[in-house]
Design a protein. Structure first.
Length: 93
């Protein structure tokens, strides 16, 4: 009889423990999947932000270069005008 009580005592808590473990595993798996999905989504968002920043930087650099080229063109035109005026004055001397 003592042996049977011992067997009953070990079987019931074992079953209850297994059921709780399965439930816990399901909850933990669900949490892990949710975290994985969230991290994947976050990585995608960060990658898109990096691409957008790179595109904005490239666009900004392109505009800066365009403005620099315009200024250089104006300066070269000014130098060219001065050279023309000097060339026109040279025969006088």
């Amino acid at each position: 009889m003592k042996k049977r009580k011992l067997e009953d005592a070990t079987e019931e808590p074992g079953l209850l423990f297994e059921e709780l473990t399965a439930s816990k595993v399901e909850v933990i798996a669900s949490i892990i999947l949710t975290l994985g999905y969230s991290l994947s989504t976050l990585a995608t968002i960060l990658a898109l932000q990096e691409e957008e920043e790179a595109a904005q930087l490239k666009s900004s650099n392109s505009l800066d270069q365009h403005q620099q080229f315009k200024q250089m063109c104006k300066q070269l035109q000014s130098v060219n005008d001065r050279l023309d005026s000097i060339e026109q004055k040279l025969p006088r001397f």
